[in-house]
Design a binder for this molecule. Structure first.
Ligand SMILES: N[C@@H](CCC(=O)N[C@@H](CS)C(=O)NCC(=O)O)C(=O)O
Length: 86
């Protein structure tokens, strides 16, 4: 089975995003970063898909997940099957 594609929507000054980022970095999982402050197409996609501009949001195979604690919990539960950076 292939590993899920992960896209991480965030902006730098968001403390909830930083909390999730620390887990992304410590687990070394591979994500595509989507900075909604510098990339308007990512912001538009987030708003179109979720009706909100709230971050952090982790897209798991194109399914958006909000809430930093839920995202961290999901990463910790699934870390063994996620692709890592080389
Ligand atoms: N309970 C949420 C809080 C997320 C949150 O408040 N994010 C702020 C940035 S720090 C935000 O995106 N605010 C803009 C909005 O919700 O429209 C979490 O833990 O992820």
């Amino acid at each position: 089975m292939s590993t899920p594609k992960l896209e991480y929507f965030y902006f730098d000054a968001c403390p909830f995003c930083q909390k999730v980022l620390r887990v992304i970095q410590s687990t070394n999982i591979k994500v595509e970063y989507k900075d909604i402050m510098s990339d308007m197409s990512s912001l538009e996609r987030l708003v179109n898909d979720t009706g909100r501009r709230t971050v952090p949001c982790l897209y798991i195979d194109n399914m958006p997940m909000h809430e930093s604690d839920d995202i961290i919990h999901w990463i910790e539960e699934n870390v063994d099957k996620l692709e890592k950076n080389s």
